[in-house]
Design a binder for this molecule. Structure first.
Ligand code: CAA
Length: 388
């Protein structure tokens, strides 16, 4: 029996800022963003969107096909927590009409936690193969204005149904891990934006990749040459390209630049125009690979490197299941991306400044999302989510 990802669906906001607009205002060469960091556009959450509404929008198509009673556990991964006690997934549980016997929990370790959720979901399914676990990752990446991180913002959510005999990707049990207590990127509870030591964070990302890969090689018989494609955590596209160059060099694989690009290029297509979505980004990258690769990937092995600042890195592997194309949501994803609306710099600043008041007082949110759920307001410190 295999265990893994049976279905995958993502959601992002209907608004985006083209990075050439940001570059113009800053007096920066747009090629710094388009080529230097490898990003074109960044998604900006609507005033009435947050991690809960994005998560529910991502997961709805999976629940419509599997049925609300099929889910035994909902694991919600985020680093954009909305409450220090109540799990954001409980709101999603209600919005999706899940069974009251379904357990819900929130997971945190920066951008890595969706991978912890996926691995734990696989373990639950391996123990009880007739159950299905819903893993959701949802985040809004936000940095201070006029900082190097500003161009790497974005937002998105991804939902994965984890089951036995999955239709998309079976996940192998062997994993390579690396954990180290470092301060490369963090967001204290009193801040709405992240603090980041940008250059250092890229170095630590690469170190964690090397160490996690070495640990993976100790526990798995798989070698570099066994992999057809690689999905990396995607804070920005260039990061994955640099990571892959390092892995190729480390394994003395001797691949040309084109051969290296062929192993990762299709994973970058969606993230280039959505931006960083923290926990969701590697799995939106996987969706991009499955939906945009012309070659039939059936039976091909994928290497995954998940990274969460602070830091935890994990290298693991999976194999694409024959017939996977029948289980994709390709048309819906393409329509979602094509229907987005470009915004100017003033509108970007308005959305950026759309914050929950610090005292949590009474607040209505302006309508803006084209998704199926919205955050209507906060009343008596309680968030009110409604269908839209
Ligand atoms: N044309 C083409 N390329 C250009 C250019 C131009 N006109 N101008 C600059 N470039 C290139 C630079 O040469 C550089 O390329 P290399 O990296 O290959 O040297 C690249 O564009 C970026 O330029 P800078 O190094 O000057 O960029 P910066 O210092 O202003 O910002 C950053 C880069 C520090 C990564 C910044 O984007 C940042 O802080 N981002 C947020 C943190 C982050 O994403 N870290 C990633 C690892 S941590 C993680 O993965 C977790 C997470 O999700 C946050």
């Amino acid at each position: 029996m295999s265990v893994g990802i049976d279905e995958i669906s993502f959601y992002t906001s209907n608004y985006y800022l083209d990075l050439k607009t940001l570059a113009e205002v800053q007096g920066t060469d747009p090629e710094k963003y388009y080529t230097g960091i490898g990003q074109e556009k960044m998604g900006m959450a609507a005033p009435d969107e947050d991690v809960v509404t994005m998560a529910a929008n991502a997961a709805l198509p999976l629940i419509e096909s599997a049925g609300p009673d099929a889910i035994s556990t909902l694991m919600f991964a985020t680093e954009t927590g909305i409450d220090q006690s109540k799990a954001a997934g409980i709101y999603v549980h209600r919005l999706l009409g899940l069974n009251s016997n379904c357990r819900v929990v929130e997971m945190k370790q920066a951008c890595y936690s969706a991978t912890a959720a996926l691995q734990m979901a696989c373990a639950l399914v391996a123990r009880k193969p007739d159950t299905k676990v819903l893993v959701i990752a949802s985040d809004i990446a936000r940095y201070d204005l006029d900082t190097p991180g500003e161009a790497t913002q974005g937002c998105g959510a991804v939902a994965m149904l984890v089951s036995s005999n999955p239709r998309l990707v079976s996940i192998d049990p062997e994993v390579g891990n690396y954990t180290e207590d470092v301060m490369d990127f963090w967001r204290p509870n009193y801040r709405s934006t992240a603090l980041v030591d940008g250059k250092y964070s890229t170095k630590i990302y690469l170190k964690a990749l090397k160490k996690a890969w070495e640990n993976f090689r100790e526990v798995s018989d798989l070698e570099f040459g066994d992999f057809s494609r690689f999905c990396y955590h995607l804070p920005f596209s260039r990061m994955a390209q640099k990571a892959h160059q390092q892995l190729v060099r480390h394994n003395k694989a001797g691949l040309s630049a084109d051969e290296q690009e062929a192993q990762i290029g299709d994973t970058l297509i969606y993230n280039r125009i959505i931006g960083n979505s923290y926990t969701a980004s590697m799995y939106i990258g996987l969706t991009s690979l499955l939906e945009n690769t012309e070659e039939d990937l059936s039976g091909k092995r994928i290497g995954f490197f998940s990274y969460g600042s602070g830091c935890v890195g994990e290298f693991f592997s999976g194999t694409v299941v024959p017939g996977y194309r029948d289980a994709l949501h390709l048309e819906r994803h393409r329509q979602l991306l094509a229907a987005r609306q470009e915004i100017g710099h003033d509108e970007y600043l308005q959305l950026y400044r759309n914050q929950v008041p610090a005292d949590g007082g009474e607040h209505d949110f302006a309508e803006g999302t084209t998704g199926r759920f919205r955050l209507a307001g906060i009343y008596h410190h309680k968030r009110e989510y409604v269908p839209s």
